[in-house]
Design a protein around this ligand. Structure first.
Ligand code: KET
Length: 478
Protein backbone atom coordinates (compact mmCIF):
# COMPACT_ATOMS: atom_id res chain seq x y z
CA UNK A 1 0.00 0.00 0.00
CA UNK A 2 2.63 2.48 1.09
CA UNK A 3 5.17 1.07 -1.28
CA UNK A 4 3.09 1.61 -4.41
CA UNK A 5 2.06 5.07 -3.30
CA UNK A 6 5.64 6.04 -2.60
CA UNK A 7 6.80 4.78 -5.97
CA UNK A 8 4.36 7.16 -7.61
CA UNK A 9 6.80 9.95 -6.77
CA UNK A 10 8.65 10.19 -10.01
CA UNK A 11 9.29 13.68 -11.28
CA UNK A 12 12.29 15.55 -10.01
CA UNK A 13 11.46 17.71 -7.07
CA UNK A 14 13.03 18.72 -3.84
CA UNK A 15 11.65 17.42 -0.64
CA UNK A 16 10.42 20.35 1.44
CA UNK A 17 12.00 19.16 4.61
CA UNK A 18 10.42 21.70 6.93
CA UNK A 19 6.94 21.04 5.76
CA UNK A 20 7.40 17.31 5.61
CA UNK A 21 8.82 17.28 9.07
CA UNK A 22 5.62 18.92 10.30
CA UNK A 23 3.59 16.14 8.77
CA UNK A 24 5.81 13.48 10.15
CA UNK A 25 6.00 14.85 13.64
CA UNK A 26 9.50 16.35 13.65
CA UNK A 27 9.21 20.11 14.30
CA UNK A 28 10.65 22.78 12.05
CA UNK A 29 13.53 23.50 14.35
CA UNK A 30 14.64 19.89 14.28
CA UNK A 31 15.73 20.16 10.63
CA UNK A 32 16.54 17.03 8.64
CA UNK A 33 17.57 14.89 11.53
CA UNK A 34 14.46 15.80 13.42
CA UNK A 35 12.45 14.95 10.37
CA UNK A 36 14.02 11.54 10.10
CA UNK A 37 13.40 10.92 13.77
CA UNK A 38 9.78 11.66 13.07
CA UNK A 39 9.79 9.31 10.13
CA UNK A 40 11.33 6.56 12.20
CA UNK A 41 8.55 6.88 14.69
CA UNK A 42 5.74 6.81 12.19
CA UNK A 43 6.62 4.82 9.08
CA UNK A 44 8.30 1.60 8.19
CA UNK A 45 11.99 1.24 7.49
CA UNK A 46 11.22 0.76 3.84
CA UNK A 47 9.47 4.09 3.58
CA UNK A 48 12.24 5.78 5.49
CA UNK A 49 14.65 4.44 2.96
CA UNK A 50 12.55 5.70 0.05
CA UNK A 51 12.28 9.20 1.45
CA UNK A 52 15.92 9.36 2.34
CA UNK A 53 16.73 8.60 -1.28
CA UNK A 54 14.38 11.29 -2.45
CA UNK A 55 16.05 13.74 -0.14
CA UNK A 56 19.36 13.09 -1.79
CA UNK A 57 18.21 13.01 -5.37
CA UNK A 58 15.63 15.71 -5.94
CA UNK A 59 15.29 19.42 -5.52
CA UNK A 60 12.26 21.77 -5.79
CA UNK A 61 8.88 21.59 -4.10
CA UNK A 62 6.55 20.20 -6.74
CA UNK A 63 6.80 16.68 -5.48
CA UNK A 64 6.28 17.42 -1.88
CA UNK A 65 2.49 17.12 -2.09
CA UNK A 66 2.74 13.62 -3.52
CA UNK A 67 5.22 12.46 -0.96
CA UNK A 68 3.01 13.79 1.77
CA UNK A 69 -0.02 12.08 0.28
CA UNK A 70 1.77 8.78 0.23
CA UNK A 71 2.65 9.13 3.88
CA UNK A 72 -0.82 10.26 4.86
CA UNK A 73 -2.23 7.08 3.32
CA UNK A 74 0.24 4.93 5.16
CA UNK A 75 -0.12 6.45 8.61
CA UNK A 76 -3.88 6.85 8.76
CA UNK A 77 -5.69 5.60 11.85
CA UNK A 78 -9.06 6.33 10.26
CA UNK A 79 -9.53 3.47 7.81
CA UNK A 80 -12.18 2.01 10.06
CA UNK A 81 -14.18 5.26 10.34
CA UNK A 82 -17.17 5.24 8.00
CA UNK A 83 -18.95 8.42 6.88
CA UNK A 84 -21.85 9.16 9.20
CA UNK A 85 -25.27 9.77 7.67
CA UNK A 86 -26.46 13.39 7.66
CA UNK A 87 -28.53 14.39 10.71
CA UNK A 88 -32.23 13.87 9.93
CA UNK A 89 -33.07 17.43 11.07
CA UNK A 90 -29.96 19.63 10.84
CA UNK A 91 -28.89 17.80 7.65
CA UNK A 92 -32.05 19.17 5.99
CA UNK A 93 -30.74 22.74 6.43
CA UNK A 94 -27.49 21.74 4.73
CA UNK A 95 -29.37 20.27 1.76
CA UNK A 96 -31.57 23.39 1.60
CA UNK A 97 -28.53 25.67 1.39
CA UNK A 98 -27.18 23.68 -1.54
CA UNK A 99 -30.44 24.04 -3.57
CA UNK A 100 -30.29 26.94 -6.03
CA UNK A 101 -33.99 26.95 -7.00
CA UNK A 102 -35.81 30.20 -6.13
CA UNK A 103 -38.91 28.35 -4.99
CA UNK A 104 -37.10 26.50 -2.22
CA UNK A 105 -38.63 26.50 1.23
CA UNK A 106 -36.97 25.28 4.43
CA UNK A 107 -39.54 23.66 6.69
CA UNK A 108 -37.00 21.30 8.23
CA UNK A 109 -35.48 22.66 11.41
CA UNK A 110 -37.75 24.17 14.06
CA UNK A 111 -36.45 27.72 13.88
CA UNK A 112 -38.65 30.80 13.80
CA UNK A 113 -38.62 32.99 10.70
CA UNK A 114 -40.36 36.29 10.01
CA UNK A 115 -43.10 36.65 7.41
CA UNK A 116 -40.24 37.44 4.97
CA UNK A 117 -38.70 34.10 5.98
CA UNK A 118 -35.75 35.76 7.67
CA UNK A 119 -34.24 34.73 11.02
CA UNK A 120 -35.50 36.87 13.89
CA UNK A 121 -33.56 38.35 16.78
CA UNK A 122 -36.06 39.45 19.43
CA UNK A 123 -36.04 43.14 20.36
CA UNK A 124 -35.78 42.24 24.04
CA UNK A 125 -32.65 40.25 23.26
CA UNK A 126 -31.08 43.27 21.56
CA UNK A 127 -32.03 45.44 24.53
CA UNK A 128 -30.58 42.95 27.01
CA UNK A 129 -27.36 42.79 24.98
CA UNK A 130 -27.11 46.59 24.95
CA UNK A 131 -27.48 46.59 28.72
CA UNK A 132 -24.67 44.06 28.95
CA UNK A 133 -22.42 46.22 26.79
CA UNK A 134 -23.19 49.31 28.85
CA UNK A 135 -22.28 47.51 32.03
CA UNK A 136 -18.98 46.39 30.46
CA UNK A 137 -19.28 42.90 31.88
CA UNK A 138 -16.29 40.58 31.80
CA UNK A 139 -15.83 37.11 30.35
CA UNK A 140 -14.54 35.25 33.41
CA UNK A 141 -15.43 31.57 33.75
CA UNK A 142 -18.81 30.87 35.23
CA UNK A 143 -19.03 28.38 38.10
CA UNK A 144 -19.77 24.81 36.92
CA UNK A 145 -23.45 25.28 37.79
CA UNK A 146 -23.74 28.44 35.66
CA UNK A 147 -24.90 31.99 36.32
CA UNK A 148 -26.76 32.25 39.64
CA UNK A 149 -29.15 34.93 38.34
CA UNK A 150 -30.00 32.72 35.35
CA UNK A 151 -30.58 29.63 37.48
CA UNK A 152 -32.94 31.55 39.73
CA UNK A 153 -34.82 33.10 36.80
CA UNK A 154 -35.13 29.86 34.85
CA UNK A 155 -36.49 27.82 37.78
CA UNK A 156 -38.98 30.56 38.59
CA UNK A 157 -40.14 30.78 35.01
CA UNK A 158 -40.70 27.06 34.89
CA UNK A 159 -42.28 26.31 38.25
CA UNK A 160 -43.68 29.77 39.07
CA UNK A 161 -41.84 32.07 41.47
CA UNK A 162 -44.19 31.21 44.34
CA UNK A 163 -43.89 27.48 43.97
CA UNK A 164 -43.12 25.85 47.34
CA UNK A 165 -40.42 23.65 45.77
CA UNK A 166 -38.41 26.79 45.07
CA UNK A 167 -39.08 28.36 48.45
CA UNK A 168 -38.07 25.14 50.19
CA UNK A 169 -34.87 24.82 48.15
CA UNK A 170 -35.89 21.47 46.70
CA UNK A 171 -34.82 22.14 43.12
CA UNK A 172 -31.33 21.39 41.83
CA UNK A 173 -30.92 23.75 38.86
CA UNK A 174 -27.86 23.76 36.65
CA UNK A 175 -27.36 26.00 33.64
CA UNK A 176 -26.39 23.73 30.77
CA UNK A 177 -25.89 23.66 27.03
CA UNK A 178 -29.43 24.41 25.92
CA UNK A 179 -32.09 21.70 25.79
CA UNK A 180 -29.86 19.06 24.22
CA UNK A 181 -26.99 19.52 26.68
CA UNK A 182 -29.39 19.54 29.62
CA UNK A 183 -31.00 16.30 28.46
CA UNK A 184 -27.58 14.78 27.93
CA UNK A 185 -26.41 15.74 31.41
CA UNK A 186 -29.51 14.23 32.99
CA UNK A 187 -29.01 11.10 30.87
CA UNK A 188 -25.46 10.80 32.23
CA UNK A 189 -26.84 11.21 35.76
CA UNK A 190 -29.43 8.46 35.17
CA UNK A 191 -26.77 6.19 33.75
CA UNK A 192 -24.54 6.72 36.76
CA UNK A 193 -27.06 6.46 39.57
CA UNK A 194 -29.79 4.28 38.04
CA UNK A 195 -27.86 1.99 35.69
CA UNK A 196 -30.66 -0.59 35.72
CA UNK A 197 -33.40 1.88 34.84
CA UNK A 198 -34.97 2.33 31.45
CA UNK A 199 -36.20 5.54 29.85
CA UNK A 200 -39.57 5.46 28.11
CA UNK A 201 -39.81 7.64 25.03
CA UNK A 202 -42.91 8.56 23.06
CA UNK A 203 -43.40 7.07 19.62
CA UNK A 204 -42.65 9.17 17.66
CA UNK A 205 -40.45 11.73 19.34
CA UNK A 206 -37.85 14.39 18.57
CA UNK A 207 -35.15 12.51 16.63
CA UNK A 208 -32.30 13.44 18.94
CA UNK A 209 -33.83 11.87 22.07
CA UNK A 210 -32.75 8.40 21.03
CA UNK A 211 -29.24 9.59 20.15
CA UNK A 212 -28.91 11.25 23.54
CA UNK A 213 -29.85 8.16 25.53
CA UNK A 214 -27.90 5.85 23.24
CA UNK A 215 -24.75 7.93 23.66
CA UNK A 216 -25.25 8.04 27.42
CA UNK A 217 -25.74 4.25 27.37
CA UNK A 218 -29.17 4.49 28.93
CA UNK A 219 -31.56 1.78 27.72
CA UNK A 220 -34.86 3.07 26.35
CA UNK A 221 -38.06 1.78 24.87
CA UNK A 222 -41.05 3.48 23.31
CA UNK A 223 -44.57 4.09 24.51
CA UNK A 224 -47.42 4.53 22.06
CA UNK A 225 -48.31 8.17 21.50
CA UNK A 226 -49.54 8.94 18.00
CA UNK A 227 -52.47 7.18 16.41
CA UNK A 228 -52.35 7.55 12.61
CA UNK A 229 -55.99 6.43 12.32
CA UNK A 230 -57.35 9.31 14.38
CA UNK A 231 -54.35 11.57 13.65
CA UNK A 232 -54.50 12.15 17.40
CA UNK A 233 -53.17 10.90 20.71
CA UNK A 234 -53.26 7.15 21.37
CA UNK A 235 -54.07 7.79 24.99
CA UNK A 236 -55.07 4.23 25.88
CA UNK A 237 -51.88 2.88 24.30
CA UNK A 238 -49.76 5.46 26.10
CA UNK A 239 -51.22 4.64 29.50
CA UNK A 240 -50.97 0.89 28.90
CA UNK A 241 -47.29 1.10 27.90
CA UNK A 242 -46.33 3.31 30.83
CA UNK A 243 -48.18 0.93 33.13
CA UNK A 244 -46.42 -2.11 31.65
CA UNK A 245 -42.92 -0.64 32.01
CA UNK A 246 -40.68 -1.91 34.83
CA UNK A 247 -41.29 -0.05 38.07
CA UNK A 248 -38.95 2.88 38.54
CA UNK A 249 -38.54 3.74 34.87
CA UNK A 250 -37.99 7.31 33.70
CA UNK A 251 -40.80 8.59 31.50
CA UNK A 252 -39.75 11.23 29.02
CA UNK A 253 -42.61 13.65 28.36
CA UNK A 254 -42.81 16.73 26.16
CA UNK A 255 -43.93 19.55 28.48
CA UNK A 256 -45.93 21.17 25.69
CA UNK A 257 -46.07 21.29 21.89
CA UNK A 258 -45.07 17.67 21.36
CA UNK A 259 -42.42 17.35 18.67
CA UNK A 260 -43.07 16.14 15.97
CA UNK A 261 -46.83 15.53 16.29
CA UNK A 262 -48.03 18.85 17.74
CA UNK A 263 -50.49 16.80 19.80
CA UNK A 264 -50.58 17.38 23.57
CA UNK A 265 -52.62 15.56 26.21
CA UNK A 266 -55.57 17.48 27.67
CA UNK A 267 -55.35 18.60 31.33
CA UNK A 268 -57.52 15.60 32.29
CA UNK A 269 -55.25 13.25 30.40
CA UNK A 270 -52.19 14.76 32.10
CA UNK A 271 -53.81 13.93 35.46
CA UNK A 272 -54.22 10.31 34.41
CA UNK A 273 -50.65 10.13 33.11
CA UNK A 274 -49.48 11.47 36.49
CA UNK A 275 -51.62 8.83 38.26
CA UNK A 276 -50.03 5.91 36.45
CA UNK A 277 -46.51 7.30 36.74
CA UNK A 278 -47.01 7.74 40.46
CA UNK A 279 -48.53 4.28 40.91
CA UNK A 280 -45.63 2.65 39.10
CA UNK A 281 -43.03 4.69 41.01
CA UNK A 282 -41.69 5.97 37.72
CA UNK A 283 -39.94 9.33 37.51
CA UNK A 284 -41.27 11.89 35.02
CA UNK A 285 -38.63 13.57 32.89
CA UNK A 286 -39.93 16.61 31.03
CA UNK A 287 -38.36 18.09 27.97
CA UNK A 288 -39.52 21.72 27.85
CA UNK A 289 -38.23 23.25 24.63
CA UNK A 290 -41.28 25.34 23.73
CA UNK A 291 -42.49 27.13 26.87
CA UNK A 292 -44.57 30.08 25.69
CA UNK A 293 -44.46 28.96 22.11
CA UNK A 294 -47.39 26.57 22.17
CA UNK A 295 -50.12 28.75 23.59
CA UNK A 296 -48.31 32.08 23.65
CA UNK A 297 -48.44 31.98 27.48
CA UNK A 298 -45.47 30.93 29.62
CA UNK A 299 -47.69 29.84 32.50
CA UNK A 300 -50.15 27.86 30.41
CA UNK A 301 -47.32 25.98 28.72
CA UNK A 302 -45.84 25.03 32.10
CA UNK A 303 -49.12 23.45 33.20
CA UNK A 304 -47.99 19.82 32.86
CA UNK A 305 -44.73 20.28 34.77
CA UNK A 306 -46.40 22.22 37.56
CA UNK A 307 -49.14 19.60 37.88
CA UNK A 308 -46.63 16.81 38.52
CA UNK A 309 -44.63 18.97 40.93
CA UNK A 310 -47.77 19.93 42.80
CA UNK A 311 -48.47 16.26 43.38
CA UNK A 312 -45.21 16.06 45.33
CA UNK A 313 -43.36 14.02 42.70
CA UNK A 314 -39.65 14.11 42.06
CA UNK A 315 -39.26 15.39 38.53
CA UNK A 316 -36.53 16.06 35.96
CA UNK A 317 -37.01 19.02 33.62
CA UNK A 318 -34.72 20.04 30.77
CA UNK A 319 -35.30 23.59 29.53
CA UNK A 320 -34.28 25.39 26.36
CA UNK A 321 -34.29 29.05 25.33
CA UNK A 322 -33.57 28.29 21.68
CA UNK A 323 -37.12 28.81 20.50
CA UNK A 324 -38.92 31.07 22.96
CA UNK A 325 -36.12 33.66 23.12
CA UNK A 326 -34.67 32.79 19.72
CA UNK A 327 -31.28 32.03 21.32
CA UNK A 328 -30.60 28.96 19.18
CA UNK A 329 -26.85 29.34 18.84
CA UNK A 330 -26.22 30.71 22.34
CA UNK A 331 -26.79 27.19 23.72
CA UNK A 332 -28.66 28.31 26.81
CA UNK A 333 -30.90 26.08 28.88
CA UNK A 334 -31.02 24.26 32.19
CA UNK A 335 -31.56 20.95 33.89
CA UNK A 336 -33.80 21.06 36.96
CA UNK A 337 -34.27 18.16 39.33
CA UNK A 338 -37.07 18.53 41.87
CA UNK A 339 -36.23 16.45 44.95
CA UNK A 340 -38.28 15.62 48.02
CA UNK A 341 -35.88 17.38 50.40
CA UNK A 342 -33.45 20.32 50.12
CA UNK A 343 -30.58 18.18 51.27
CA UNK A 344 -31.24 15.75 48.38
CA UNK A 345 -31.32 18.65 45.93
CA UNK A 346 -27.88 19.73 47.15
CA UNK A 347 -26.52 16.24 46.68
CA UNK A 348 -28.04 15.83 43.23
CA UNK A 349 -26.70 19.23 42.20
CA UNK A 350 -23.22 18.37 43.39
CA UNK A 351 -23.28 15.22 41.23
CA UNK A 352 -24.60 17.06 38.18
CA UNK A 353 -21.69 19.48 38.58
CA UNK A 354 -19.33 16.58 38.85
CA UNK A 355 -20.66 15.18 35.56
CA UNK A 356 -20.55 18.54 33.79
CA UNK A 357 -16.97 19.39 34.75
CA UNK A 358 -15.20 16.74 32.64
CA UNK A 359 -17.73 17.09 29.79
CA UNK A 360 -17.61 20.84 29.15
CA UNK A 361 -16.30 22.34 32.40
CA UNK A 362 -18.72 25.23 32.74
CA UNK A 363 -21.41 26.79 30.53
CA UNK A 364 -21.24 29.92 28.31
CA UNK A 365 -22.22 33.23 29.85
CA UNK A 366 -23.72 35.30 27.06
CA UNK A 367 -27.11 33.62 26.72
CA UNK A 368 -27.40 33.22 30.47
CA UNK A 369 -27.04 36.97 30.96
CA UNK A 370 -29.61 37.66 28.26
CA UNK A 371 -32.18 35.39 29.94
CA UNK A 372 -31.38 36.76 33.40
CA UNK A 373 -31.75 40.33 32.15
CA UNK A 374 -35.00 39.69 30.30
CA UNK A 375 -36.69 37.65 32.99
CA UNK A 376 -35.29 39.75 35.82
CA UNK A 377 -36.46 43.10 34.48
CA UNK A 378 -40.25 43.63 34.65
CA UNK A 379 -40.30 45.88 31.56
CA UNK A 380 -38.24 43.55 29.40
CA UNK A 381 -40.15 40.56 30.73
CA UNK A 382 -43.43 42.17 29.65
CA UNK A 383 -41.99 42.97 26.21
CA UNK A 384 -40.76 39.41 25.81
CA UNK A 385 -44.23 38.03 26.49
CA UNK A 386 -45.63 40.33 23.81
CA UNK A 387 -43.03 39.27 21.26
CA UNK A 388 -43.61 35.62 22.09
CA UNK A 389 -47.34 36.07 21.54
CA UNK A 390 -46.58 37.65 18.18
CA UNK A 391 -44.37 34.71 17.15
CA UNK A 392 -46.91 32.13 18.34
CA UNK A 393 -49.63 34.20 16.61
CA UNK A 394 -47.80 34.26 13.29
CA UNK A 395 -47.48 30.48 13.40
CA UNK A 396 -51.20 30.15 14.16
CA UNK A 397 -51.97 32.38 11.17
CA UNK A 398 -49.97 30.29 8.72
CA UNK A 399 -51.48 27.15 10.23
CA UNK A 400 -54.94 28.49 9.48
CA UNK A 401 -53.97 29.69 6.00
CA UNK A 402 -52.38 26.35 5.13
CA UNK A 403 -55.55 24.57 6.22
CA UNK A 404 -57.67 27.00 4.16
CA UNK A 405 -55.48 26.51 1.08
CA UNK A 406 -55.53 22.72 1.38
CA UNK A 407 -59.27 22.61 1.92
CA UNK A 408 -59.94 24.91 -1.04
CA UNK A 409 -57.56 23.19 -3.45
CA UNK A 410 -58.01 19.52 -2.56
CA UNK A 411 -61.16 18.22 -4.22
CA UNK A 412 -60.81 14.69 -2.83
CA UNK A 413 -62.82 15.37 0.29
CA UNK A 414 -59.91 14.62 2.62
CA UNK A 415 -60.27 16.21 6.03
CA UNK A 416 -57.26 18.45 6.72
CA UNK A 417 -58.57 19.78 10.02
CA UNK A 418 -55.91 17.87 11.99
CA UNK A 419 -53.57 20.70 10.99
CA UNK A 420 -55.66 23.09 13.06
CA UNK A 421 -55.78 20.86 16.12
CA UNK A 422 -51.99 20.46 16.26
CA UNK A 423 -50.09 23.08 18.24
CA UNK A 424 -46.61 24.56 18.42
CA UNK A 425 -44.09 25.05 15.68
CA UNK A 426 -44.81 21.93 13.67
CA UNK A 427 -47.42 20.16 11.67
CA UNK A 428 -47.23 16.41 11.36
CA UNK A 429 -48.66 16.02 7.89
CA UNK A 430 -48.92 12.24 7.70
CA UNK A 431 -46.79 12.25 4.51
CA UNK A 432 -44.62 9.15 4.35
CA UNK A 433 -40.96 9.05 3.36
CA UNK A 434 -41.57 8.72 -0.39
CA UNK A 435 -44.10 11.55 -0.27
CA UNK A 436 -41.70 13.69 1.78
CA UNK A 437 -38.98 12.96 -0.78
CA UNK A 438 -41.33 14.16 -3.51
CA UNK A 439 -41.90 17.39 -1.57
CA UNK A 440 -38.18 18.02 -1.67
CA UNK A 441 -37.17 16.56 -5.02
CA UNK A 442 -40.02 17.95 -7.08
CA UNK A 443 -41.21 20.97 -5.09
CA UNK A 444 -38.02 22.09 -3.31
CA UNK A 445 -39.81 21.96 0.02
CA UNK A 446 -37.28 20.81 2.60
CA UNK A 447 -38.72 18.86 5.52
CA UNK A 448 -37.87 15.89 7.72
CA UNK A 449 -38.64 12.47 6.29
CA UNK A 450 -41.15 11.66 9.02
CA UNK A 451 -43.60 14.05 7.38
CA UNK A 452 -43.02 16.91 9.82
CA UNK A 453 -43.09 20.49 8.55
CA UNK A 454 -41.99 23.50 10.58
CA UNK A 455 -44.70 26.12 10.24
CA UNK A 456 -42.26 28.59 11.80
CA UNK A 457 -40.45 28.53 8.44
CA UNK A 458 -43.61 29.18 6.41
CA UNK A 459 -45.09 32.53 5.33
CA UNK A 460 -48.69 33.35 4.40
CA UNK A 461 -47.47 34.05 0.88
CA UNK A 462 -46.11 30.51 0.50
CA UNK A 463 -49.16 28.63 1.82
CA UNK A 464 -50.78 28.11 -1.59
CA UNK A 465 -47.56 26.77 -3.05
CA UNK A 466 -47.09 24.45 -0.09
CA UNK A 467 -50.67 23.23 -0.37
CA UNK A 468 -50.09 22.34 -4.05
CA UNK A 469 -46.95 20.43 -3.07
CA UNK A 470 -48.71 18.53 -0.28
CA UNK A 471 -51.74 17.65 -2.43
CA UNK A 472 -49.52 16.42 -5.25
CA UNK A 473 -47.33 14.36 -2.90
CA UNK A 474 -50.26 12.96 -0.96
CA UNK A 475 -52.36 11.87 -3.94
CA UNK A 476 -49.75 11.07 -6.58
CA UNK A 477 -47.02 9.31 -4.59
CA UNK A 478 -47.54 6.11 -2.64
N1 KET B 1 -36.24 19.10 22.79
C1 KET B 1 -37.08 19.15 21.74
C2 KET B 1 -38.39 18.48 21.86
C3 KET B 1 -36.69 19.82 20.58
O1 KET B 1 -37.55 19.86 19.58
C4 KET B 1 -35.42 20.43 20.50
C5 KET B 1 -34.98 21.06 19.25
C6 KET B 1 -34.61 20.37 21.64
C7 KET B 1 -35.04 19.70 22.76
C8 KET B 1 -33.23 20.94 21.70
O2 KET B 1 -33.05 22.22 21.35
P1 KET B 1 -31.76 23.02 21.84
O3 KET B 1 -31.46 23.93 20.72
O4 KET B 1 -30.67 22.05 22.13
O5 KET B 1 -32.17 23.74 23.06
N2 KET B 1 -35.53 20.83 18.15
C9 KET B 1 -35.27 21.43 16.84
C10 KET B 1 -33.84 21.62 16.50
C11 KET B 1 -33.00 20.39 16.59
O6 KET B 1 -33.36 19.32 16.11
O7 KET B 1 -31.90 20.51 17.19
C12 KET B 1 -36.04 20.64 15.79
O8 KET B 1 -36.69 19.64 16.12
O9 KET B 1 -36.03 21.06 14.63
Amino acid sequence: MMASAAFAVSSPAAPAVDARSKVLGGGKSQGRNGCRAGITRKVSGFCLHMLWNLDLQYSGVANFGRVMMALAVDVTRFDGVPTAPPDPILGVSEAFKADTNDLKLNLGVGAYRTEDLQPYVLNVVKKAENLMLEKGENKEYLPIEGLAAFNKATAELLFGADNPVIKQGRVATLQSLSGTGSLRLAAAFIQRYFPEAKVLISSPTWGNHKNIFNDARVPWSEYRYYDPKTVGLDFEGMIADIEAAPEGSFVLLHGCAHNPTGIDPTPEQWEKIADVIQEKKHTPFFDVAYQGFASGSLDEDAFSVRLFVQRGMEVFVAQSYSKNLGLYSERIGAINVVCSAPELANRVKSQLKRLARPMYSNPPIHGARIVANVVGDPTLFGEWKEEMKEMAGRIKNVRQKLYDSLSAKDKSGKDWSFILSQIGMFSYTGLNKAQSDNMTDKWHVYMTKDGRISLAGLSLAKCDYLADAIIDSFHNVN
